[in-house]
Write a protein that binds this ligand. Structure first.
Ligand code: MTE
Ligand code: MO
Length: 251
């Protein structure tokens, strides 16, 4: 179990003011649905019932439902109540900030770049772990090299088309070979529920670093703590070496 309070005040100004002043437990829309119930995620009523049922747990456990469900299965997490669906024609990934050439990537552009497939355990900071999960996509370092990162850049900021979630890595972490801009998870295109069509995958770190519905990558002059980091989680989120946990490393 963790002991993170449900409504940790933001230590930094919240750029998403619309989302910044409601209690975390209300904002966190946790889908505790098994893989077989995927179709239910898009539906309103059942999702609402599930959300109400877990409300008290969510208050204590803002990023997850530690130990509530047995088995090595994924939970579906989102901090927003609805997120638009993007596909081959509508999806765009914008890379900008302190780079030589701001560039917009479509899914076909990502598919044309060298692909990397990794099979690693996934570890959520609240305790659940999913063994040997394949992720595939383009190394973030490949994309950074393609746009050219300015010498002034020290970090990378990630934004999402859910309009709320953000993440960050130092530039050195971002260049780690096991950090992917992933278009495939479990050897299928990343589903909407899992943050598709494109999510970040940071294999060596707790899964909150792996931003779903990735839409923006900006090179910045310093680390800008992400959504959960502003609410108490570690920025340097190495599995087993952060957040007061001693899980076995994932990469
Ligand atoms: N956009 C977005 N990305 C996110 C989150 C989120 O709520 N929104 N939750 C994070 C957390 S805490 C976890 S454990 C994983 C969960 O990914 P999954 O829903 O595919 O299991 O996504 C991470 N990325
Ligand atoms: Mo998480």
């Amino acid at each position: 179990m963790n002991d993170y309070p449900s409504n940790v005040p933001s230590p930094l100004p919240d750029p998403e003011a619309d989302h910044g002043d409601t209690p975390v437990g209300r904002r966190v829309m946790l889908g505790m649905l098994g893989l077989g119930a995927l179709g239910v995620v898009a539906g309103g009523p059942i999702q609402d019932v599930v959300a109400k049922g877990i409300d008290t747990v969510a208050q204590k456990d803002p990023t997850g439902l530690a130990n509530l469900l047995p088995g090595n299965r994924f939970r579906y997490y989102t901090v927003t109540s609805d997120t638009p669906e993007m596909d081959e024609t509508t999806y765009r990934l914008q890379i900008g900030g302190l780079v030589d050439k701001e560039t917009t990537f479509r899914l076909s552009d990502l598919a044309a770049l060298p692909q990397t497939r990794l099979v690693r355990d996934v570890q959520c900071v609240t305790g659940w772990r999913v063994p040997k999960t394949p992720f595939a996509g383009v190394r973030l370092s490949t994309l950074l090299d393609a746009v050219g990162v300015s010498p002034r850049a020290k970090a990378i900021r990630f934004t999402c088309f859910d309009g709320a979630y953000t993440e960050s890595l130092t530039l050195e972490q971002a260049r780690h070979p096991e950090v992917l801009v992933a278009t495939s998870m479990e050897d299928e295109p990343v589903t909407h529920a899992h943050g598709g069509p494109v999510r970040l995958y940071v294999a060596p770190m707790y899964f909150y670093k792996s931003a779903k519905w990735l839409s923006g990558i900006d090179a910045t002059d310093k680390v800008i703590p992400g959504y959960w980091e502003r609410r108490g989680y570690d920025v340097d989120a190495w599995v087993g070496r952060s957040n007061g946990r001693d899980d076995a490393p994932t990469a």
